[in-house]
Design a protein around this ligand. Structure first.
Ligand code: NAP
Length: 284
């Protein structure tokens, strides 16, 4: 029996998940198809109900359903509850369980590919949307000493800070001024969670730190993965700062879902190579 996994979202034009997930499934010889299930909001309840048939193993969830999907599931795990968003649904003893794997993917990439341990670090998060929530949760739980948040709408950053201050957040949280020349001063790590610099995005040629002084000792992590070197990463390289793009995070967060659905270790190198080929046209 062929089984199915999918990604739901609306619209789903640029999703890379079918490419690298299918490469992983094929590498293990599994009779599983990973599909894009474009889902407008009114179809969300029906898509979740359809997931209950044995042929369907689970799904990824992307914008705009990451929060709305939670109310249709049988259970939401503690991490996803704390972040307030589900990006992966899998079955546990026939029950639909929601997870957030962005947090794991973010930390794995930072430690493994960036060689940076956030424990004890002072970290600055740029942006205050969905990805920022997962990043903030990850940094706080990984033992960051202090976490700052800067967003163009300071009310959005404040509400994120309020949300995590009300949880068992271990480190002090600070509101920082978006675009201020000294924004990064005093931080060891800066993480861009805005789409600024993304290919075909409205702000493609820009860096979220344009006009901001970048000390060479800071580690710069851009969650944007297309192009492979974003304007922010170029700025970091020019400043002599260590840096990391978002592609490995994307694949690592997907690999966690892969393991929930199939019960098999994800062939990460194969998945990463497939994602690189699809995006950059090479193994670079
Ligand atoms: P989101 O929920 O829409 O949040 C985006 C944040 O960026 C918001 O705070 C938004 O502020 C801000 N922003 C957008 N355009 C801006 C601009 N021109 N100037 C200043 N701030 C701006 O999106 P998301 O889900 O967090 O995703 C954000 C980015 O992270 C996307 O590029 C996504 O591809 C990437 N991402 C990567 C991974 C990975 O695995 N590598 C995982 C998740 C997300 P406003 O509300 O004011 O617009």
């Amino acid at each position: 029996m062929t089984q199915y996994v999918g990604v739901i979202g609306y619209p789903l034009r640029h999703t890379l998940s079918p490419v690298f997930q299918q490469a992983g499934l094929d590498a293990l010889g599994l009779d599983v198809r990973y599909q894009a299930w474009e889902t407008p909001s009114e179809a969300l309840p029906a898509v979740v109900t359809a997931l209950r048939v044995p042929e369907r193993l689970g799904m990824n969830v992307t914008i705009p359903h990451k929060q709305a999907v939670m109310s249709y599931l049988d259970r939401v795990d503690m991490t996803a509850q704390a972040i307030g968003a589900v990006n992966t649904v899998a079955k546990v003893a026939g029950h639909l369980v929601g997870y957030n794997t962005d947090c794991t993917g973010f930390l794995q990439a930072l430690r493994q590919d960036g060689g940076f341990d956030p424990a004890g670090a002072r970290a600055l998060v740029l942006g205050a949307g969905g990805a920022a929530r997962a990043v903030l949760y990850a940094l706080l739980n990984a033992g960051a000493a202090r976490v700052g948040v800067a967003a163009r709408r300071s009310d959005q950053a404040t509400s994120l800070i309020d949300h995590f201050s009300a949880t068992a957040a271990a480190a002090p949280l600070a509101l920082e001024r978006w675009g201020h020349p000294d924004l990064v001063t005093g931080y060891d790590l800066v993480v861009n969670t805005t789409p600024i610099g993304m290919l075909h995005g409205g702000d493609e040629p820009a860096s979220p730190l344009a006009g901001v002084d970048l000390p060479p000792g800071v580690f710069v992590y851009d969650l944007v993965y297309n192009p492979s070197e974003t304007p922010l990463l170029r700025q970091a390289r020019a400043a002599g700062a260590r840096n990391l793009g978002g592609l490995s995070m994307l694949v690592y967060q997907g690999a966690v879902g892969f393991e929930y659905w199939t019960g098999r270790a994800a062939p990460i190198a194969t998945m990463l190579a497939a994602a690189r080929r699809a995006l950059y046209g090479s193994q670079q």
